[in-house]
Design a protein around this ligand. Structure first.
Ligand code: SAM
Length: 270
């Protein structure tokens, strides 16, 4: 297969990546046959997956709007993905044009594409890094040059921590950011997860497929997601099913909201 010029040399085009599979689900153009095959297979197994992904993106937009409405002007988007539409800087700049955003992802395609799109905007920077290393990220020139860590920062971990099993200490990773940020900073996160007995059709087969093809998924229910906000004060309505976190209109909600396979919340560091 020919390697397009946006595909860095180190990536294996035959191996699906989390970022590129997700890009395909969002109708992006930065994915390969291996990514599309896995993405189609996953949706075939678990038909509600596509709605779950759209529900996640809608949460991301509402969370950024909420954060700008409470005065946040600095965003650190961890596991930011391949830019499509409705990215954090677009939503933030619509609400508050002076907002600054640092995108961080481990995936070379996500980073290369983000850089090529955003290199002209001095309010945005992009860093290729592993979010499990808060110290390196927070002391990087990309963060230091753009964000004032003496002022509140919103850390976004949207559709990210279900890739971190407990053995990787997600609470410790979050604390690594929380403890270095100013009071008044925020954590916004969303997380795939189902409560026992509420598994959507195909859920177990989808998890098996992902574990075999890309990376294992850790499902966390409401209690476990709430525990991730240790050291933060949850804003209303607390941790909720993604579509039920401050919906813009009740017309958006359908009956499946009550069993939506994922949770989200926003918390403030006192
Ligand atoms: N946050 C975006 C959203 O919700 O639309 C993208 C979510 S996508 C499902 C997850 C992203 O996390 C992928 O782009 C993947 O490369 C990135 N990711 C996974 N593990 C990571 C890690 N350890 N460090 C940095 N990025 C990571």
């Amino acid at each position: 297969m020919a390697r397009p010029d946006w595909a860095p040399h180190e990536i294996d085009l035959e191996r699906p990546s989390i970022a590129r599979v997700y890009d395909y689900w969002l109708d992006g153009a930065h994915n390969f046959a291996a990514d599309r095959q896995l993405a189609d297979q996953a949706v075939g197994i678990m038909p509600s997956l596509k709605a779950a992904i759209m529900g996640n993106r809608a949460f991301l937009r509402r969370a950024v709007k909420y954060l700008t409405s409470v005065g946040v002007r600095q965003f650190l988007d961890l596991g930011s993905g391949i830019p499509t539409v409705g990215n954090v800087h677009e939503v933030a700049h619509q609400e508050a044009p002076e907002s600054r955003v640092v995108y961080v992802d481990i995936d070379p395609v996500a980073v290369a594409h983000s850089r090529s799109l955003l290199s002209d905007d001095p309010r945005v920077s992009v860093l290729q890094s592993d979010i499990r290393d808060p110290e390196t990220i927070l002391s990087s020139p990309e963060v230091r040059d753009l964000l004032d860590l003496e002022q509140p920062v919103a850390v976004l971990m949207v559709a990210l921590l279900h890739f971190m099993p407990d053995s990787e200490d997600p609470l410790g990773i979050i604390a690594g950011y929380r403890d270095r940020l100013a009071p008044g900073s925020y954590l916004a996160l969303s997380h795939l997860g189902v409560e026992p007995g509420e598994e959507p059709e195909g859920w177990l087969r989808y998890r098996d497929l992902y574990a075999a093809s890309v990376t294992p998924l850790t499902s966390r229910g409401k209690v476990a997601v709430t525990a991730l906000f240790d050291g933060f004060e949850l804003v209303e309505p607390g941790v909720a099913r993604m579509p039920l976190w401050r919906p813009e209109s009740l017309d958006e909600l359908d009956d499946d909201c009550a069993v939506f396979p994922g949770f989200a919340g926003v918390g403030r560091k006192p």
